[in-house]
Ligand binder design. Structure first.
Ligand code: UDX
Length: 436
């Protein structure tokens, strides 16, 4: 089938590449010429494991092409997926400018039946809005359908998530739209959930907010652990073995970040308030999340007393491992706060340093994790990259001026740290301290 994708970011590009992998012919559109130049050369515009190989494969096979023209996309694809960004406005609402513009652009060149599918994370009732916008601007008497097909991929495992999803959700209001989307997803071995357009839109928002809630809940439990001497990992394990709860997204730490959870939780709060529904349970999710970063900073101050002029090593800048994305990264807000405190930072991240350097050119960017720790008064672990989990703690201890580690992701080997006489302060866990 011929498929067009409008917006070649994390969702659009990964979807395009994966549709090509499933045998479809794909045209991806973007308005960013710099990005397009790269893509036309089969170069990836962001870090995502497995993406370079698939992009090259389907570029060479000519199953995947790139364009800057929405008109070309409308002509090309039987199904047109809208994958443009829906960033937060200052008030925390989803900014629908790009989606609306794409809807108008599609309408301008629509001459035959097309299925227009919204894949961007959008507020409830966007499907209706897209439909109305196209109807308003369409030039001819053309039949078209609008559908919702939310995307659940995670950065860092996006290819795997897209090729082998837990479920595919499609929101449709016509048999033709359902048939076409079943054709798009023929060959996927997972439950296919067919709903109304509104339900599909809400499934996405509710899923993201529920996952964020799970993280905020366990982070709240971690506070109880810190007061009572309990261990949050033990608590999470005991909870997660209950099938009704499940073990995932119960990893306590310095909070969630990324391009989705912070924005989507805010947006859902706004949507519910606009609908006259009390949003306090949703608002609590982000309040807890922000509080988690504050608590980590408080622990630093409590332990190190004065942060001004302290040299601090930071491991991990990306919002999670296996990505170079620093949007809403808890590590980055901590860096900004520590800069204000007057600390001297030696930072390291396997792939996200170039992105941070653009915003903070004056930090020391370490050539490897150990280099970051040289002469530091403490080490702060903010992202649980495997390279940090596997680090040689004896060498870390030898490098640090003061052997204190703040493990914001509970990813280091506590037993080894204890054996080495390190001080290790985690989240929701008893401190590891050298025996006197
Ligand atoms: C998320 C959703 O998982 C995905 O379905 C949706 O399509 C987009 O948003 P993503 O933002 O890529 O995906 O990353 P995810 O793995 O969900 O992690 C989000 C944040 O939560 C990260 O900062 C991560 O460190 C944090 N997290 C995750 C925790 O703090 N604890 C956990 O147990 C899990």
């Amino acid at each position: 089938m011929k498929i067009s994708i409008i917006g070649s970011g994390h969702v659009g590009l990964i979807s395009g590449v994966c549709f090509a992998e499933k045998g479809h012919e794909v045209l991806c559109v973007d308005h960013d010429n710099e990005k397009l130049a790269k893509l036309r050369n089969a170069e990836v515009p962001f870090f995502e494991p497995g993406l370079p190989e698939l992009l090259k494969k389907h570029h060479t096979a000519k199953r995947l092409r790139f364009s800057d023209s929405t008109a070309e996309a409308v002509k090309f694809g039987q199904a047109i997926f809208i994958c443009v960004g829906t960033p937060s406005t200052e008030r925390g609402k989803a900014d629908m400018t790009y989606v609306e513009k794409v809807a108008r652009d599609i309408a301008e060149t629509l001459t035959d039946y097309r299925l227009i599918v919204e894949k961007s994370t959008v507020p409830i009732m966007t499907g209706e809005r897209v439909k109305a916008a196209i109807q308003r601007y369409v030039r001819a008497e053309v039949h078209f359908d609008v559908a919702s097909n939310p995307e659940f991929l995670r950065e860092g495992s996006a290819i795997e998530d897209t090729l082998k999803p837990d479920r595919i959700v499609i929101g449709v209001d016509s048999g033709k739209a359902e048939t076409l989307l079943r054709e798009v997803y023929a060959g996927y071995e997972c439950p296919f959930v067919v709903t109304s357009i509104g339900s599909a839109e809400l499934i996405k928002h509710a899923s993201n907010s529920f996952l964020a809630l799970k993280i905020s809940f366990i982070n709240w439990v971690s506070r109880l652990c810190e007061r009572t001497g309990a261990d949050v990992n033990e608590v999470a394990k005991g909870m997660g073995l209950d099938h009704r709860i499940g073990p995932h997204f119960l990893h306590a730490g310095i909070g969630y970040g990324g391009s989705c959870f912070p924005k989507d939780v805010e947006a859902l709060a706004h949507i519910s308030e606009d609908l006259g529904i009390d949003a306090s349970p949703i608002r609590m999710i982000s309040t807890l999340n922000k509080g988690q970063a504050d608590r980590f900073h408080d622990r630093l101050e409590k332990e190190l007393w004065v942060l001004k002029d302290k040299t601090l090593a930071i491991w991990g800048l990306a919002f999670k491992p296996n990505t170079d994305d620093i949007r809403e990264a808890p590590a980055l807000s901590l860096v900004q706060r520590l800069i204000k405190d007057g600390a001297k930072l030696r930072v390291h991240d396997p792939v996200a340093m170039p992105a941070v350097r653009k915003q903070h050119p004056d930090l020391y960017y370490a050539k490897d994790p150990l280099d970051a720790t040289s002469g530091a008064d403490a080490l702060l672990v903010c992202t649980e990259w495997p390279v940090y989990r596997e680090a040689d703690l004896a060498k870390v201890k030898a490098n640090l001026r003061v052997p204190i580690i703040f493990d914001g992701r509970n990813c280091l080997d506590r037993k080894r740290a204890g054996d080495l006489g390190l001080t290790l302060i985690g989240v929701g866990k008893p401190d590891v301290r050298p025996k006197k």
